[in-house]
Design a protein around this ligand. Sequence first.
Ligand code: FES
Length: 148
Amino acid sequence: MAEEIPMQRRSFFRSALALLLTTAAAMIAWGIARFSLFGVAKERLREVPADVVEKLQPGAPAHVPNAGAWLLRADNGKDILALDDRCPHLGCRPRWNEEAQIYQCPCHGSEFDRDGNPKRGPATRGMSKLGIDRIGEDRIVLREIAAK
Ligand code: FES
């Protein structure tokens, strides 16, 4: 009788270990499959209607939630800066504070200047800049720029 309990424990631990290893292997396989199948190819298409771009005023960022971006017309009136609207810390959505002229993240207090450069942490880098792929008749398309 005394020997049956250790055998049951051993069996339990073997089963628990097998379950743990199977789960870990499945998670790793899912991560690899997800990265290989969707990581590079599934880039989010971010379209912005041309009228939104036309209405941009220099120095006044406009949030385009559908595109997940902040757009800003430069002071020269021509160039347009596009920023990812997710905070580089943990992905919350910073808001533009017109009075302070900074983006403020509501989650942990990171702040960024008008060009998305970090002013205050915990974020250690600025908001990601987006490339402007095309300026068509009725829209522009934004794309993510790979981090260096
Ligand atoms: S998610 Fe923005 S500061 Fe943490």
